[in-house]
Design a protein around this ligand. Sequence first.
Ligand SMILES: [Zn+2]
Ligand SMILES: [Zn+2]
Length: 295
Amino acid sequence: MIVRVLGSAAGGGVPQWNCACAHCDAARAGRAPRRSSSGFAISGDGDRWWLVNVSPDIAQQIEAFPPLQPRSGRGTPIAGMLLTDANVDHVGGFAVLRQAGDHAFTVYSSDVIREIALTQPAYAPFAREPHTWQTIPLDESVALDARLEARAVPVEGLTPGYAGRQAIAGAVVAYHVRDRETGTSALFAPVFADVTPALVAAAEDADVAFFDGSFWSDEELGDVGVEKAARSLGHLPVGGEDGSLAAFGRLQRRSERYFAHVNNTNPLLDATSAPAHAMVDAGFALAEDGLELHL
Ligand SMILES: [Zn+2]
Ligand SMILES: [Zn+2]
């Protein structure tokens, strides 16, 4: 299977349009890579593609990756999407893809995510007809096509801010996608509020894993004047004794591990920072826009 990181940042990207922090400045000046909003593309055969989340940056992400571009006339090689949650930066791209016409995407999610996403007034009209929504029950698998199957891995998480930030089962999921021809698999867990045994087991079972790298610490949004804690937004910080790096550092299998969905406040964006060194020492890397893996 082929995995392409379409976007490696949390909502807002790096640089974020209204932010002049050191990380955003470095990206603007070309001293650090630019990052668009989180999303992945996966394919078994390189011909037919699935998106994991569909960000508002999806049009530029398609333009940056020829396999996702139309082959002739109007059309798309994108068969559909898997949604990890209903946050605007993961579902808002439906409004960008509104010219799909009669091309029907197959959209997979939990029933909770579907219900929230399809009632959000800004993009729900473009996420409905002619697209078909399929629920993957937690812990169950579906065949996406002849090669790929996806299992919905339950993770801890909150509904989006516009839906009340409620901690309910199915508000956030991860996907373990397996290529039945090669036996290889990848885990996509760009959002989670805690490291649970189910998430650890899925990571142990994957050749490549992408984890929620939104925030290094609970307080870092305070540095740019936003008084919200990472945990209150449904993201487990990477750093700290009870952060995800410490939890995943105990993983047995040496799979390729990446932090994705990185917020522009995260010190991991500065490769010279102590957190970045700690991450690398633990065997992790930062995902970057355009990273492509062939499993
Ligand atoms: Zn996000
Ligand atoms: Zn910034």
